[in-house]
Design a protein around this ligand. Structure first.
Ligand code: AGP
Length: 612
């Protein structure tokens, strides 16, 4: 969702802000703006609808704006259409207060009404303008300084926010506040940075502070000070970010997505290495003891989007290997009912960003009920990682493309590791099976690499179907979970309508959609279900479908039925999603490329959905 950057130091702020915003483009946006303040408190605000390029042109790449302190924003519209008037920064009428905001202010209408009666005028349809003017109102009414004015506004507003605010009387200073929307602060050599996410400041510093919920910060060239909502100073220690700066760059690839697809063997290998020591799985860093594992009554997995699809695969694997009942829930549904949870349940939250609003709120709800929570998260120090009882970090590195690939693959690996270890500790598998499953896991990165080395065939096939109207994915069991992710990947970046169906469900309605030439992708990696899916594929073929079959080496009789076959290397059947997803990711990417679309920035989508 929206991206925020801030800088204060001795260099010109505007070029640094524009560069920072470019690193947050992946979050999704439809307009952008920056505000720069010079040493005398004079402020200049420039905004533009559309891509960052428009803002760069208006500001001569930032060179036209003078001042060493500034804030910037990429806006993903929630209240009010994408337009220059609605773009951030927003200002108070006299330009005393300037701010950018990420999140949603739920009671902005009521605040607007109150302030309108006090003589304030509103020029945009945004919720943000209401907060800016509320801060200005308290600032002038109580005359007790920025921290007091922002704190009073924080008490008054309902909703979520990451705010960066500059005050005319405080040149060189940026004030930040947050509740339920991500924001980090970096400090290095007399300069301070603010951003919604690490890639925006990675080039400048690795020393990052996380602002907690309902906390504030003051940034200046002298450093950073943190406050609680009562205005008391609080101490914080920086965290060192280990991601290397190159991993947040395209490194010669046309898009981050294809680069990240290629990074999967390494990401999976790193994640495996973090938990497999001397051939055995060690969950001590996660904080799960054998007693904890033995005591689990039921597992509930809660997530959104692709992370939810990982949960569906994990359900099959954990239930089959560890014989623990597993339920998988969409966070946005789970949080709005009153789920039945027992004291010995474990709720696993899966999230790349660690900031997805629905997943975070679901986590808080479960914690309030006193049920044990485990988070599988990629972004170190993110809200979900900090608030869960236990965290298992995926080591995917920064994922920039909106469509997840390497984070999805590492999440799967974490789920496999949990399943195998739970199975062993609970006596469901013997030593021989345990050792063989771990060795199979360790062989996955090399097998993933083999699939990547053979990508040209998929590219050719994808270009043939780039004009499709509809594409269907069918499978059963774990293969159905693979289909769900393959279908989401395709639709989110190619804009082709696509659906995943449990193959047995086709005859209950969907088969009526099959027309001459409709592409149907059948996924067949499970021996027991192979014949069943083949039958379903024959059914759609006889209604005119063009068939692609995705199966494991050895199943050569598929070629009599399908028009195009892709084989994945053999592996234990529980782990097939890790291999089968790669051709589907490549297919989605190459369809998008053939259509001339920007796979990294699909329309209407944001990388991290920090509002519900
Ligand atoms: C997948 O390609 C999407 N970008 C999306 O479905 C994503 O997986 C979902 O928004 C969940 O995000 P999270 O893992 O950061 O919580």
């Amino acid at each position: 969702m929206c991206g925020i950057v801030g800088f204060t130091g001795t260099r010109q702020a505007a070029p640094i802000l524009l560069e920072g915003l470019s690193k947050l483009e992946y979050r999704g946006y439809d307009s952008a703006g920056i505000a720069v303040r010079d040493g005398d408190g004079r402020t200049e605000v420039v905004k533009a609808k559309g891509r960052l390029k428009a803002l760069e042109e208006k500001t001569d790449c930032g060179l036209a704006m003078k001042g060493c302190c500034g804030i910037g924003h990429t806006r993903w519209a929630t209240h009010g259409e994408p337009s220059e008037a609605n773009a951030h920064p927003h200002i108070s009428d006299d330009m005393d207060v300037v701010a950018v905001h990420n999140g949603i202010i739920e009671n902005f209408r009521e605040i607007k009404e109150k302030l309108s009666k006090k003589g304030y005028t509103f020029y945009s349809q945004t919720d943000t303008e209401a907060v800016v003017k509320l801060i200005d109102y308290y600032y002038k009414k109580y005359n007790s300084g920025p921290v007091d004015a922002i704190s009073k506004a924080m008490v008054r507003v309902r909703g979520s926010y990451a705010l960066a605010v500059m005050f005319k009387d405080h040149p060189g200073e940026i004030y930040a506040a947050r509740k339920d929307s991500p924001m980090i602060i970096g400090v290095e050599n007399g300069e301070a940075y603010l951003a919604s996410d690490v890639p925006a400041i990675l080039k400048h510093t690795r020393n990052v502070y996380y602002i907690g919920n309902l906390e504030l910060a003051k940034l200046s060239p002298e450093g950073v000070e943190f406050y609680n909502i009562d205005g008391d100073i609080i101490e914080k220690e920086p965290t060192e970010i280990k991601w290397d700066a190159e991993s947040a760059e395209k490194g010669g690839y046309a898009h981050f997505m294809i680069k990240e697809i290629h990074e999967q063997p390494k990401a999976v290998s790193d994640t495996l290495a973090s938990a497999v020591k001397d051939g055995r799985i060690d969950l001590s860093a996660v904080g799960l003891s054998d007693e904890d594992i033995e005591g689990i009554g039921q597992i509930i997995i809660v997530a959104c989007g692709s992370s939810y699809h990982v949960g569906i695969s994990a359900q099959y694997v954990i239930e089959d290997l560890a014989r623990i009942p597993v339920r998988v829930e969409l966070a946005s549904e789970f949080r709005y009912r009153d789920p039945i949870l027992k004291k010995d349940d474990m709720v696993i939250f899966i999230s790349q960003s660690g900031e997805t609003a629905d997943t975070l709120e679901a986590l808080r709800d479960v914690k309030r009920r006193g049920i044990r929570t485990l988070a599988i998260v990629n972004v170190v120090g993110s809200s979900i990682a900090r608030e869960a009882d236990n965290v298992f970090y995926t080591l995917a590195g920064p994922e920039i493309a909106v469509a997840t690939t390497k984070a999805y693959s590492t999440q799967l690996i974490v789920c496999y590791l949990l399943a195998v270890q739970f199975a062993k500790v609970r006596g469901e598998i013997d030593e021989e099976r345990y050792v063989s499953l771990i060795s199979e896991l360790m062989s996955l990165p090399a097998k993933m690499q083999r699939l990547l080395d053979d990508k040209e065939r998929i590219q050719w096939f994808a270009s043939k179907f780039s004009n499709s109207k509809d594409i269907f994915f069918i499978g059963r069991g774990i293969d159905y979970a693979i289909c769900m992710e393959g279908s989401l990947k395709l639709k989110e970046i190619s804009y082709i309508h696509s659906e995943a169906y449990a193959a047995g469900e086709l005859k209950h309605g969907t088969i009526s959609l099959i027309e001459d030439g409709t592409l149907v992708v059948g996924v067949l990696t499970q021996n027991d279900l192979f014949e069943k899916i083949i039958s379903n594929m024959v059914e759609v073929k006889s209604r005119g479908a063009y068939l692609m079959g995705l199966t494991t080496y050895g199943h050569y009789n598929i070629e009599d039925t399908v028009d195009f076959t892709v084989y994945t290397p053999q592996t234990d059947e529980h782990f097939t999603p890790s291999l089968a997803i790669i051709p589907l990711q490549l297919m989605a990417y190459y369809v998008s490329l053939a259509k001339g679309l920007d796979a990294d920035k699909p329309r209407n989508l944001a990388k991290s959905v920090t509002v519900e």
